[in-house]
Design a protein. Structure first.
Length: 277
């Protein structure tokens, strides 16, 4: 008894005419036997009915050997099948998919190893040799993915800053909810943030986070604000909001994220909101 079967796609010609793959008999039999049909990236029939429709066990995998248009098989003892050619993905496509998967796995291993090392050692003392030894990859693999250690640092910083604005569907109309949401995203990456704030990557991280918050502020701060902000140059106002946010995150990280996120967000807004009233 099978729990699932892979099935191809396309059409097949039989005594009943041109039928879609999977043929209705296979669909009905699999439903009766609680067998899942999983699409396979091949053109042709991989599963055929081989017993009376009343039996829940009458669907089985075909032999899956390449078939020609002239090959015929008897199924259920009555009708001849003309099997469609079974085509797999071209070798070049399979190789490209496998290569992409290996690159993604190596990239993730390198970034994870680098993050760990940043928590243990100063950025300036970490070498590419240290990174590849921790990641269990070769030097050629590293340089196939990153130009340098600085390039890897930029990618790690970019990942954290992008994650800071990840939206999980939380309504962000309330400024306090919005600031708390960003702080919570950064708290999820607190190990990397702490390592960056305390090390040689602090400037790169601060610049990236400032630009990230400025982009969000540009979307949320009204173009005609009230209060003192109304007379400020808009680019200066956005830079001030973002720079204050960066300073708050740095302070939070320097204190090992011990302060409550809500209280930190309230303190930040206490310094920013008077500009708009």
């Amino acid at each position: 008894m099978f729990e699932s079967l892979s099935e191809g796609h396309g059409t097949i010609r039989c005594a009943h005419g041109l039928m879609p793959i999977p043929v209705p008999a296979v669909v009905n039999l699999c439903q009766a036997g609680n067998i899942a049909l999983t699409p396979a990236p091949v053109a042709g029939e991989l599963v055929t009915p081989t017993a009376p429709p009343s039996s829940p066990h009458c669907a089985r995998p075909s032999t899956c050997r390449p078939a020609t248009a002239s090959s015929r098989r008897l199924r259920r003892g009555k009708r001849p099948y003309e099997a469609a050619p079974v085509r797999s993905l071209p070798a070049r496509s399979r190789g490209r998919i496998a290569m992409d998967a290996r690159k993604a796995k190596s990239r993730a291993a390198i970034v994870a190893a680098f993050s760990e090392l940043l928590r243990e050692e100063d950025y300036g003392k970490i070498t590419v040799g240290d990174i590849i030894a921790r990641a269990h990859v070769g030097r050629a693999t590293f340089y196939g993915l990153f130009k340098s250690k600085d390039d890897l640092l930029s990618e790690l910083v970019s990942d954290i800053c992008t994650h800071a604005l990840d939206d999980d569907g939380t309504p962000l109309d309330d400024p306090l909810v919005q600031v708390e949401h960003i702080l919570n995203n950064l708290w999820e990456r607190r190990q990397g943030v702490r390592a960056l704030v305390a090390g040689a990557g602090s400037r790169v991280f601060a610049d990236c986070l400032r630009k990230t918050i400025m982009s969000r502020a540009a979307e949320t701060v009204p173009t005609d604000p009230n209060g003192p902000a109304a007379t400020m140059d808009r680019s200066f106002l956005l830079h001030h909001i973002a720079s204050s946010f960066v300073g708050m995150v740095q302070w939070w990280a320097w204190h090992n994220f011990q302060a409550d996120k809500t209280e930190v967000a309230k303190d930040y807004l206490s310094a920013i909101q008077p500009l708009f009233s």
